[in-house]
Design a protein around this ligand. Structure first.
Ligand SMILES: Nc1nc2c(ncn2[C@@H]2O[C@H](COP(=O)(O)OP(=O)(O)OP(=O)(O)O)[C@@H](O)[C@H]2O)c(=O)[nH]1
Ligand SMILES: [Mg+2]
Length: 239
């Protein structure tokens, strides 16, 4: 599942690399009302490669990453996929890490395996601006405290989900900046969550979505959403 908003510069290379590194995977691009050539780039690639492994969901209005990713979960649940992978379309994630994340999820029976850029010993790769790291540290501490699991990169959108998580998130997935809340939601609903070290890169073009919504709004909204979620009842077992 690749959420994509105006990623014409990077989406072609991202999809091509995914096909190479994950020969058993189908790729779903969730193009969320992009106003650039994102859809055309994917259509051209599919025509050139003559592949059925790549699908393009053209969501007509911008629903945000949450709405797009939940569309991906609904598709994954209906298609009876064993695992779903969330992977950015801006070139920041390395698809070569997907088999490692999957192996970790399988070996440890995880429902959510999050690629963390802060677990690699070398501290190499893209780590975000100091301001962003401060926000990440805040959410990491908040979730670690509430959930009792060690979290270092709760905003990472590089994730592997089990069938159990696919079923849960096909029914509900948070909106706006969904990643920290989705992680917390998993733990609260007794799913098995852990992180695995990955290296991230700078985006290959386009614009970060973090700029589009104010940072203060993000911090307050996500904090409140996580706190309110913890006083809700646990979801029933997914079917
Ligand atoms: N479907 C959908 N995808 C989006 C939207 N906004 C961003 N994305 C995609 O979600 C992924 C992550 O968004 P980014 O803006 O790169 O967020 P980020 O990686 O945390 O921020 P940077 O580190 O600054 O790049 C990218 O593939 C974006 O194209 C949106 O409104 N809808
Ligand atoms: Mg990005």
């Amino acid at each position: 599942m690749i959420p994509a908003y105006n990623e014409q510069d990077a989406i072609g290379r991202t999809v091509t690399a995914l096909l190479q590194h994950c020969p058993d995977a189908d790729v779903l691009v969730l193009n969320d009302g992009s106003t650039d050539r994102t859809a055309a780039v994917v259509d051209d690639l599919v025509a050139t490669l003559k592949t059925r492994r790549v699908r393009l969901a053209n969501i007509p209005l911008n629903t945000g990453i949450g709405g797009a990713i939940q569309t991906g979960f609904i598709h994954a649940a209906r298609g009876h996929y064993d695992y779903a992978v969330q992977h950015d379309g801006d070139g920041q994630h390395d698809p070569a890490a997907i088999p490692l994340l999957l192996a970790e999820a399988q070996a440890k029976n995880l429902d959510l395996c999050v690629g963390s850029r802060f677990l690699a010993r070398t501290g190499e790769g893209y780590q975000g601006t100091p301001m962003r790291r401060l926000g990440i540290t805040f959410f990491a501490r908040l979730i670690s405290l509430l959930a009792g699991v060690r979290v270092t990169d709760p905003t990472s959108g590089f994730r592997v989900y089990s069938r159990h998580a696919i079923a849960l998130f096909s029914r509900y997935y948070p909106t706006d900046y969904p990643e920290p809340e989705a992680l917390s939601y998993c733990v609260r609903n007794n799913l098995r969550v852990a992180e695995f070290p990955v290296t991230m890169r700078h985006r290959e073009g386009g614009q970060s979505s973090i700029r589009r919504l104010g940072t203060a709004y993000y911090m307050v909204k996500v904090t409140l959403a996580i706190l309110v979620d913890w006083i809700r009842k646990t979801e029933g077992a997914p079917t």
